[in-house]
Design a protein around this ligand. Structure first.
Ligand code: HEM
Length: 228
C-alpha cells in the first residue's frame, strides 16, 4: 500500500491526527515556558530578548513555519475524520450511549477544536503578525540592541477586558481539547496498558488539561490586573 493510500484510511488519518497532536502538545510546553517571562518585572528584557532570538534564528524560523503546517494538517485531517464518522452513522442514536468510547469529552472535541482554531487565528493576528509584519517599537538592553518591543504590544493588548475574557475562553477550550486529545492519541499509538494508564491519565488530565491551560490563562489575567 502506498503512503498516500495509507493516509486515506481511517487508521492512517488517526495516526496523523495523533502524531501531529502530540507534536503540538510539546509546542505548548515550550511556548508557555517562554511566555511566562512576560510576568517578570524587568521592563520586558527577558521576554523581548527571547522573542528576538526566536524570531531571528534560522532553524527556529524553519520550525515555526513547520508548526503552522502541522496545525493546519491536524485540523484538516481531524475534520475529515469527523465527517467520515458522521457519514458512517447517518442515523443518529435515539439515546446517546454514555459509554467510554463516546464520552462527553469525545463528543465535544470538534466544538472545542473549532473554538481553539478561532482563538489561534485571533491570537496570531494579535502578536505573531504584529511581531513579524507590524510596525512595533524597538528597544535595546545592553548588548542586545534594537529588538522589537513585543512585551509592550502584549501589555497593551491585555488592557482590554474583552480580549482577556476571550483568552480565558480559549484556554477552557484548550483544557477540554487536551484532556481528551492526549488520551485519544495514546490509545491510537497503543499506549493504553494497565501498567501506564495511571501515569498517562495524570499527564493528560492534570498536566495538559489543567496545569498548562491555567498557567496560560493566568498570563493575560495577571497582566490585566497589573495595569488597572
Ligand atoms: C494565553 C497566553 C498566550 C500568550 C500571552 C501568547 C503569546 C504569544 C506571542 C507574544 C506570540 C508571538 C511570538 C513571535 O511570533 O515571536 C505567540 C505566537 C504563537 N502562539 Fe501564543 N500565546 C499564548 C497562548 C497560546 C496558545 C494556548 C497557543 C496554542 C494552542 C498558542 C500558539 C501560538 C502560535 C502557533 C504562535 C506562532 C509561533 C511562531 O510562529 O513562532 N499561543 N504567542
Amino acid at each position: 500500500m502506498k503512503w498516500s493510500q495509507f493516509f486515506n484510511t481511517t487508521i492512517g488519518k488517526k495516526l496523523l491526527v495523533g502524531a501531529t497532536g502530540l507534536f503540538l502538545c510539546s509546542f505548548v510546553i515550550v511556548h508557555l515556558a517562554g511566555n511566562l517571562s512576560l510576568l517578570k518585572d524587568d521592563g520586558g528584557e527577558a521576554f523581548n530578548t527571547y522573542a528576538a532570538f526566536m524570531g531571528h534564528n534560522g532553524f527556529i524560523q524553519f520550525l515555526a513555519w513547520g508548526l503552522k503546517i502541522v496545525i493546519l494538517l491536524h485540523a484538516i485531517v481531524a475534520i475529515q475524520l469527523t465527517i467520515r464518522n458522521q457519514k458512517a452513522r447517518p442515523v443518529k442514536y435515539a439515546v446517546r450511549p454514555g459509554n467510554k468510547t463516546s464520552s462527553w469529552f469525545s463528543r465535544q472535541m470538534a466544538i472545542m477544536g473549532s473554538i481553539l482554531f478561532i482563538f489561534l487565528v485571533i491570537h496570531l493576528q494579535n502578536f505573531w503578525w504584529a511581531m513579524h509584519y507590524g510596525d512595533i517599537g524597538k528597544v535595546s538592553y545592553g548588548a542586545v540592541t534594537e529588538v522589537g518591543n513585543l512585551y509592550e504590544v502584549v501589555y497593551f493588548a491585555f488592557q482590554q477586558p474583552w480580549l482577556v475574557i476571550l483568552y480565558v475562553i480559549g484556554m477552557i477550550a484548550l483544557s477540554f481539547h487536551l484532556i481528551h486529545g492526549f488520551k485519544s492519541a495514546c490509545q491510537t499509538f497503543g499506549l493504553n496498558h494497565k501498567k501506564y494508564n495511571g501515569i498517562l491519565h495524570f499527564i493528560g488530565v492534570w498536566f495538559f488539561g489543567i496545569l498548562i491551560p491555567v498557567a496560560f490563562a493566568a498570563i493575560p489575567v495577571i497582566i490585566y490586573f497589573k495595569q488597572i
